[in-house]
Design a protein around this ligand. Sequence first.
Ligand code: SF4
Length: 209
Amino acid sequence: MAHAGLATAAPLVPPRPTLAKLRAAAAGCTACPLYKTGTQTVFGEGLAGARAVFLGEQPGDSEDRLGRPFVGPAGKLLDRALLEAGIDRKLVYVTNAVKHFKWEPRGKRRIHAKPNWSELAACRPWLDAELAVVKPRVLVCLGATAAQSLLGRDFRVTRRRGEWIESELAAHVTATVHPSSILRQRDDESRHAAMEAFVADLALVATVL
Ligand code: SF4
């Protein structure tokens, strides 16, 4: 059923939600204009009892096509980094700050476009509901958009990555880079260094799981 014209997704969140109910309800969400650019809602994935929630910005091209979060190149890199940091993937729930892919055409390619504040605000009830169901011990923001939408517009990942941040969202909250930023490094040496720093941030997360 379509729900056009809503300022946020809040009225669509079902009472006594489970992840399955939330996923089903979010599939029909049209609370912001991104439902027009994305192929489908890409809801979070993982167990309700997951110990950690990893939050990205939005689904990418592969995620949009497959309908699953973190399954493209950045997701594969995240999986590798979790393994290297000693984090069991089964303990992790992955999701995004907005659940539809926002993109602009460049030739035949679909290029990622940053969601704006009203789109982030419109989608926030889905994230809040996911956090309420999963109740993670640790919340990890991946990249500036996720971090700023949860921790404030002034939050700088470059300065505060790998720190524990005071927050009511979970017992332990931190931010690090988005894995896609590692893929965008200009050469192998920078990519290797960026990956090492990312794994070090995740190793900190592993200490409190
Ligand atoms: S991005 Fe979020 S709020 Fe906007 S239509 Fe998709 S699910 Fe709804």
